[in-house]
Design a protein around this ligand. Structure first.
Ligand code: NOJ
Length: 733
């Protein structure tokens, strides 16, 4: 995010004119609380929607007739600079008050959660990351940015780039998985997609990277929980995606709810000022997460509201999301000298810079024709991209006896209440979708012309319809069971102690297996699941995640063999709950798991990861051979022969890993350093090459210093993090 000299002057001249109250107003972000929703709490409305007392259409109608508080008076008086909302006409009306009726005419910035699409919902990030497709990461973000603008949103609370290794944490669904390298590539491309097409102000938004920082390390996988780690761990694992995003010019960052080594990230001057602003050079501003400032009191880090505000603003937190405390306490904190005016000016300069960079002073409104065009329906290219993204995110986990692909002559017995559901497919934090845009798995099969009969039978919430199950047992040549989780079983505040298939879904699978017909389990879920039983019993397993509005078509495309499965896992799958957290890139112990009892393992369960990071099958097989590693000037050059040895065409994700064999800090057993998607026809062979800069083979020490240490490295190339070829090389830097 760079400003021209003229834009900087604009910011400076505004700052000079602003009163303290107006400055504090810019640091204040409010949401549009619902007014008069018939006195029914939102949670109850949600329940009513679930149990059928209200249809989605009825809810939409209710919402249309419900008013939201856009805080017009505060806007007019310059006491509010930012609003969380996504209604373009209301945004325009409120913006008009800001730019015509407030003293300094500073436009509002409207923020919203657009982490995997606005109205066109793309796969959840955990799924999309598994496509290992950098162009796709960027393209879905670019389209999401355009759609955001059409909804009056110019500040996306995205990308969510928390590295997460504990599948119990519900928010693994929102981010790019367990690996810092993949998460960094994902972060970088998302920022480009959201921010870089500045050919028109309707084409780009300000990104808000979140949740800064180490939120994914919450203890026990419990949301909002404490985090505690060495500096080297912070720098090597959790910071990289934020570093990559800042290097691409990300406009803002959201402080996470967790405390890190005892200091809440909302009020953490080490992470906000020293690292984010000084070291990573955030150009824009830092905002709290919802109510984060107030929560510093509950953490036990601040005595009262005033203390929480002083600690947050002094730590470098520029904007208050929803705790109302900057507007309440900041003025007296400045007057008493507890907060300096220069700290306020720094915050306001950053916020104004983003507004200027977004072109809001010249183009504050969403053009009516843009609003109308989205009301008519979604652009065809957005739908096509949603389908492609969904196809590429599907991971084939098991395919015994080549049950898949199915053919169109087979009669498909489709079971599981998730299969006919067009709402669960959007996953968590999907906000602007319309049911009429969503394609369920059932509809996907129908659209593809498959012979399909549907029996809902059973779902994740414990429901089981015996009659439907008995009928299902009688029908078809092959059974496709869509099982998994509802969309609110993952995402925020959806941590789970048990990540096996919920409800009676396993029981249903057992009954289906008894028919002796081939059974395909299609998983629809927002986190890695513990699938030991399923992996032993079910012949074919497809991880289909929550793939967004085109899920049904994409699942049918892959199951019917029109598209080869090419997604890989961005997060390792444990066998059982008690193995969490599992991740491939762990440091070695002095006693790695082995035959000896006195090794790092469980006595009642294997330590083996069920499906490791990078894993995924195809309808063909790939063979790697002839790994060569060469050193050339300041980089290593790797090549490997990759052959499609099966009878179908397919796409492989070739992955490069390294291991620093002995270092001044214990290094991971493998670390991803590159990947390539390669499409090969049956029988085709290609040489695949990777380059790795020696500069990228180092790590951060416990002072946050990047070090390169000479010595022996192992280089691995393969189709997942477990099965690789290996060569050793001694490297001098
Ligand atoms: C809370 C969530 O943690 C964050 O991800 C989201 O962006 C904000 N609320 C705003 O909705």
């Amino acid at each position: 995010m760079t400003l021209t000299e003229k834009q900087k002057e604009k910011v400076d001249s505004l700052l000079k004119e602003m009163t303290l109250d107006e400055k504090i107003g810019q640091m204040n972000l409010e949401s549009t609380s619902i007014l008069g929703a018939f006195g029914i709490p939102l949670a109850e409305i949600r329940k009513m929607a679930k149990d059928g007392r209200l249809t989605r259409e009825e809810i939409e109608e209710m919402m249309d007739n419900t008013d939201c508080d856009y805080h017009e008076d505060e806007v007019r008086e310059g006491r509010l600079g930012a609003i969380i909302a996504s209604d373009p006409r209301r945004a325009n009306e409120t913006q008009r008050i800001a730019v015509e009726e407030s003293r300094l005419k500073i436009p509002l910035i409207f923020g919203y959660d657009v982490i995997h699409g606005m109205r066109t919902v793309y796969p959840i990030a955990l799924a999309e990351a598994g496509s290992f497709d950098d162009e796709l990461f960027e393209e879905t973000a670019r389209m999401a940015a355009k759609e955001s603008r059409a909804y009056g949103v110019m500040w996306d609370f995205a990308p969510m780039i928390d590295v997460a290794r504990d599948a119990r944490w519900g928010r693994v669904s929102e981010g790019p998985g367990e690996d810092p390298y993949l998460a960094s590539r994902f972060a970088e491309r998302k920022i480009r997609g959201l921010q870089n097409d500045r050919s028109d102000t309707q084409n780009y938004v300000a990104a808000c990277t979140k949740h800064y920082v180490a939120y994914g390390a919450c203890e026990g996988g419990r949301d909002y929980n404490t985090t505690s780690m060495a500096v080297s761990q912070l720098y090597n694992v959790y910071l990289p995606p934020f570093r990559a995003a800042m290097a691409e010019g990300a406009a803002s960052a959201m402080a996470s709810f967790n405390d890190l080594n005892g200091v809440p990230c909302t009020a953490n001057s080490y992470t906000l000022r020293d690292i984010l602003k000084d070291e990573l050079a955030l150009g824009g501003f830092a905002v709290s997460d919802a109510n984060g400032i107030k929560e510093c009191i509950v953490h036990g880090y601040a005595e009262d509201s005033a203390d929480a505000v002083i600690k947050s603003v002094n730590a470098g937190l520029d904007m208050d999301m929803g705790s109302h405390l900057y507007s309440k306490e900041l003025k007296s904190a400045v007057e008493s000298g507890a907060v300096s005016l220069s700290a306020i000016d720094d915050a306001v300069r950053r916020i104004l810079s983003v507004k200027v960079w977004l072109g809001l002073f010249e183009h504050p409104y969403v053009p009516e024709e843009v609003i109308e065009s989205y009301e008519k329906g979604l652009p065809a290219e957005h739908i096509a991209l949603a389908r492609k993204a969904a196809q590429e995110s599907i991971v084939l986990l098991k395919n015994e006896n080549s049950v898949l692909p199915l053919n169109r002559t087979q009669k498909i017995c489709l079971v599981g209440s998730l299969a006919g559901n067009a709402e669960e497919i959007v996953g968590s934090w999907a906000m602007g979708w319309k049911k009429r845009d969503c394609v369920s798995v059932l509809d996907g099969f129908k659209n593809a012309g498959a012979k399909v009969q549907y029996f809902p039978c059973c779902g994740p919430e414990g429901e089981m319809n015996e009659d439907e199950l008995s009928s299902a047992l009688e029908y078809g040549d092959v059974i496709v069971a869509v099982v998994g989780e509802t969309r609110d079983m993952s995402g925020e505040a959806s941590s789970k102690a048990d990540i096996t298939l919920p409800g009676r879904q396993r029981e249903m699978l057992e009954r289906l297996l008894e028919t002796g017909k081939p059974v395909v389990a299609v998983l629809m879920n927002g986190r890695p699941l513990a699938l030991k039983w399923e992996s032993e019993k079910i012949p074919a397993i497809v991880e289909a995640w929550q793939l967004g509005i085109q899920m049904g078509n994409a699942v049918a495309d892959v199951l019917l063999g029109d598209v080869a499965p090419s997604g890989r896992l961005a997060s390792s799958f444990p066998m059982v709950n008690g193995q969490c957290p599992v991740y491939y890139n762990h440091p070695n112990t002095g006693r790695p798991a082995g035959m000896s009892r006195f090794s790092s393992k469980y006595i009642d369960e294997e330590t083996f990861i069920l499906y490791p990071f990078g894993y995924g099958l195809s309808y063909t097989e790939f063979k790697y051979s002839d790994l060569c590693v060469d050193e050339k000037a300041d980089q290593l050059e790797m090549s490997v022969m990759l052959k499609n040895i099966g009878s179908a065409n397919g796409t492989e994700v070739a992955q490069l890993y390294i291991r620093d064999v002995a270092a001044s800090l214990v290094r991971p057993v493998k670390e991803l350093k590159g990947y390539k998607r390669i499409t090969l026809k049956a029988g085709e062979e290609k040489k695949v090459s990777f380059s790795l800069k020696k500069q990228d083979m180092g790590f951060y020490d416990n002072n946050g210093k990047y070090v390169l240490e000479d010595g022996l490295f192992r280089i691995f190339v393969g189709g997942n993090s477990r099965d690789t070829l290996m060569q050793e090389i001694t490297v001098e830097f």
